[in-house]
Design a binder for this molecule. Structure first.
Ligand code: FMN
Length: 191
């Protein structure tokens, strides 16, 4: 059970990462709207280091699933669409490493997931896929990092999930606020 100390946005309280998806296709317009929301994340120097690759045509989606880690493949069978999140490792104008690109792209994922929730869609980010094989298949150059693959769709029927996943099919909980929050000092025992 999730518990909240404060009155925060409903979509933050309600968003979670389910594994039961419907196979119903996601409208391209919805996917584009999620990407627009993601792109309004703030970024260092407004660099917008992120790039997004949509996969929503049946053939592409099936091919993409072959790059998933085995454990993810087990629950991804019905997933109808994906967005691959990438970022440029260097600032485009200076050519220097952009240390904040992952931070900024993570913010974009947050916006993406909240707008999906607002539209009645569910999302599930994944690190479990073969990044090098997918980068090669899509001919993605070395200066771009494949950071996460995000499943997008409508919430499905959890009773169809393999048992191990069915039992875990509930919103993730969090450690208490006090455990994460340090006030102006960093006692080693708390890190
Ligand atoms: C970058 C990232 C990578 C993740 N990778 C996976 C993954 O490969 N497989 C999976 O089942 N869940 C994955 N997750 C989902 C997390 O386990 C989930 O967000 C976390 O347990 C919190 O649950 P909640 O989103 O329901 O609050 C990932 C989440 C993020 C943000």
């Amino acid at each position: 059970m999730r518990t909240f100390n404060y009155d925060i946005m409903d979509s933050i309280k309600e968003r979670w990462s389910p594994r039961a998806f419907k196979s119903t296709p996601v409208k391209e317009e919805d996917l584009r709207a999620l990407v627009e929301a993601a792109g309004y994340a703030p970024s260092c120097f407004n660099e917008q280091p992120w790039r997004f690759v949509l996969f929503h045509e049946a053939g592409q989606v099936t091919r993409l699933k072959s790059y998933l880690a085995t454990a993810n493949r087990e629950w991804n069978q019905e997933v109808p669409a994906y967005v691959l999140f990438l970022y440029h490792k260097q600032f485009q104008h200076k050519g220097k490493d952009n240390r904040w690109a992952a931070f900024d792209t993570g913010t974009a994922w947050g916006y993406f997931s909240l707008e999906a929730h607002r539209r009645g869609l569910v999302t599930h980010a994944m690190a479990g896929f073969s990044r090098s094989a997918l980068a090669e298949a899509l001919a993605i150059p070395d200066n771009l990092e494949l950071i996460a693959l995000v499943a997008v769709g409508e919430y499905g029927d959890p009773s169809k999930l393999p048992e191990a996943y069915r039992l875990r099919e509930q919103p993730g909980t969090r450690r208490s606020l006090e455990e994460s929050l340090l006030k102006g000092e960093l006692p080693q025992s708390r890190l």
